[in-house]
Design a protein around this ligand. Structure first.
Ligand code: COA
Length: 134
């Protein structure tokens, strides 16, 4: 829930706070896949499509699109809704890249991801294009 200390003087959720929440959700996703500690290597462009106000409920969905060798791309979407409504609104989305780290602090390989649906395959193929641009 968006609380007053999450907001700017207009009562709108701060962008940096939302990115922090998205980063945590992405870390949970990456570490669950890898079974290892993972660190954020990069965050793609984050756009804020709609404000979220004090009292609204924010839901964050993080999904792995592809694992490479030691890195993984995580797609993160954030949604908001008021308590009295069932309708949720997309407020932000971005791609995060996480890298798995072993006990010695070195980068370490992770298991591959197998796309199961046509939508999964699309994200999987596009992840490679995004990686090449970095
Ligand atoms: C991310 C980090 C571990 C990469 O270490 P590195 O020595 O550059 O590792 P490598 O060059 O061997 O690259 C390892 C993988 O990371 C990827 N990578 C490195 N920098 C990246 C970046 N800026 N964006 C996206 N991917 C990146 C590489 O493409 C490679 O992927 P692959 O093995 O799947 O092909 C290192 O830069 C680091 O520790 N950064 C700080 C992380 C941090 O503090 N995050 C915030 C807190 S969690």
């Amino acid at each position: 829930m968006v609380c007053p200390n999450d907001t700017n003087p207009m009562g709108i959720l701060q962008g940096g706070r939302l990115v922090q929440w998205m980063d945590i959700a992405a870390a949970v996703c990456a570490q669950t896949h890898a079974g290892k500690i993972c660190v954020t290597a990069s965050i793609d462009t984050v756009s804020f499509k709609r404000p979220a106000y004090v009292g609204e409920i924010v839901t964050i969905e993080a999904k792995i699109t592809r694992a490479f060798n030691t890195s993984m791309e995580i797609m993160v979407s954030a949604w908001s809704k008021s308590v009295s409504s069932t309708k949720k609104h997309l407020i932000s989305e971005s791609y995060f890249t996480f890298v798995a780290i072993d006990e010695a602090g070195e980068v370490t390989p992770v298991n591959a991801v197998k796309p199961l649906t046509p939508a999964d395959r699309k994200h999987y193929d596009e992840a490679w294009k995004r990686k090449k641009r970095k």
